[in-house]
Design a protein around this ligand. Structure first.
Ligand code: PHE
Length: 369
């Protein structure tokens, strides 16, 4: 057998025995590299007589091609083995038991917030926002409550000195917003009618008992268009209440009231049954106040840069915490903000039970005990 045949056999044996890609690569370099065994044979060709040179040349080239093929096949084989091993290691056992149930809970305020947004989003409302620290123009003046207006005393306002180096100036002071109604003005400043927004958020008043905390949550609603009427207001709130309390037959009453920024104004009551231990929404002959509303006062439209001769609209505002207390039977508002883990376990909601108008608002049947 010629030299080259020997070399070929020897290398083929080595290839067959290679167990990893690195060894295979070393074998390739030792055979076909610049100083490889086969290359060295090629280098000797020049010193051979013509005929032998041609014969051996052909032979070496065939061997080279065969070895290359052999190397490629082995490489593919090794790579497949490597992949198989990796897949075996990374296998997921779907029969393993689940992780323990998550411990976190969604706070009733967050839940009700989500429910309110879900209902109004379906009615085509956008969600608007405004700052917690507000100037008096947006919190009062533009809402038809000029300085010294008696209605300012209706709300126990926290004032903030926004010029710390000067003496406290009541007129220039900022406030932490006493209601979300300032977002009405901020929306009109940014957007032309038709307007249809709700604005949920934090509000602040100096008050503290079982149904009042210094910080609480409200949501505002504002609709402005050319032909928006009191009938639209009633229909909108009626639909909202029924959807929110998840009661088909819900008695609702509009009671005349007063707010400086709406004319006429009304408060909305829902029918309920109050017993010593229970409160049942939608049954009985008692009434519960849940919401303030009215047709936007022309002065408010003007303050927001909208012509009251061309446009009109309605607004409403309600306490989110109060709605949460009523819907989920939570007796004391102060407990909402005590961060008691037992309370949140009792009244909180499972994190993955999203509220939606299609799959249900409180579809887990209420509480996640
Ligand atoms: N801002 C009022 C309040 O805090 C509620 C309200 C909003 C009333 C909009 C009428 C229109 O009591």
């Amino acid at each position: 057998m010629s030299d080259i045949e020997n070399i070929k056999q020897e290398i083929e044996q080595k290839i067959a025995g290679a167990e990893d890609i690195k060894t295979l690569e070393d074998i390739r370099v030792a055979a076909l590299g610049k100083k490889g065994q086969v290359t060295e044979v090629l280098k000797t060709l020049g010193s051979l007589p013509m005929e032998e040179r041609i014969a051996l040349g052909k032979k070496v080239n065939t061997v080279k091609a065969e070895l290359e093929q052999c190397l490629a096949a082995k490489k593919a084989d090794l790579e497949k083995k490597l992949l198989d091993e990796k897949l075996k290691q990374e296998v997921v056992d779907v029969t393993l038991p689940c992780r323990p149930e998550t411990q976190g809970r969604i706070h009733p305020v967050s839940k009700v917030y989500e429910e309110i947004v879900a209902i109004f989003a379906q009615m085509g409302f956008d969600v608007a926002e405004g700052p917690d620290i507000e100037d008096q123009f947006h919190n009062f003046n533009a809402l038809n409550m000029p300085p010294n207006h008696p209605a300012r005393q209706m709300q126990d306002t926290f004032y903030i000195n926004n010029q710390p180096d000067k003496e406290f100036d009541m007129d220039a002071a900022y406030v932490v917003r006493t209601h979300t109604s300032g977002v009405q003005i901020r929306t009109m400043e940014k957007k032309r009618p038709p307007i249809r927004i709700i604005a949920p958020g934090r509000t602040y008043r100096s008050d503290y008992d079982a149904t009042h905390t210094p910080m609480f949550h409200q949501f505002e609603g504002l609709v402005i268009d050319k032909h928006t009427t009191l009938a639209d207001l009633k229909g909108c709130l009626y639909d909202f209440m029924k959807a929110f309390f998840e009661v088909d037959e819900l008695p609702i009453r509009f009671r005349p009231s007063y707010f400086p920024f709406t004319e006429p104004s009304a408060e909305v009551d829902i029918g309920c049954l109050k017993t010593k231990t229970d409160l049942i929404i939608g049954a009985g002959t008692d009434w519960l106040e849940v919401l303030g509303c009215g047709m936007v006062h022309p002065n408010v439209l003007r303050a927001g840069g909208i012509d009251p001769d061309e446009y009109q609209g309605f607004a409403f505002g309600a306490g989110i915490d109060r709605l949460a207390m009523l819907k989920y039977g939570i007796p004391d508002l102060r407990t909402f903000f005590e961060s008691d883990i037992r309370w949140i376990k009792h009244y909180g909601f499972l994190p993955l039970d999203f509220s939606s108008m299609t799959s249900g608002l409180s579809n887990n049947g209420g509480l996640a005990r």
